[in-house]
Ligand binder design. Sequence first.
Ligand code: SF4
Length: 178
Amino acid sequence: MVNHSLLRPELRPPVQMALLDDILGIVRANSLWPMTFGIACCSIEMMAAGASRFDLDRFGAGVFRPSPRQSDVMIVAGTISKKMAPTVLTLYEQMPAPKWVIAMGNCAISGGPFVYDKQYAIVNGTDVILPVDVYVPGCPPRPEALIQGFLELQDKLTKGGKTNFIRHFKRWPRKEQP
Ligand code: SF4
């Protein structure tokens, strides 16, 4: 189900039908179309996730689209410089709704190693300019981490994973720390 409370008010449909939302959520979760778009070194790991060894297509998200108008997932893979930020925003706005954003890597999450006192060139995280749905930490995150990010996004689109409907592998309970 698409959780409409997570969408911005202008993106929420005027009439909501729960069953249709459930079906659309499952369909969308199984056919995510990421944009072919990388800004820095994390994008190399993103490319590896889509290539044969890790095969992101196993999870229905392997068709990277060459245009934002055909994409519904933006993977921000790299450092957003202030010079690049307007371009990233334009690409996001050219994507049709509903759309989702994955912040991949420490640079996309918080500016990463390029944030220090009096730095003037780097945006301190994607969520300064865009609504982020999933954060994938690491410098760089491995392809498996990005795949986990997609599973989290699929969970989010299908009732927050409560139904366990979409998850392809068993979710093991976390052990309590002593
Ligand atoms: S998080 Fe690390 S690997 Fe990724 S773009 Fe930043 S510096 Fe490069």
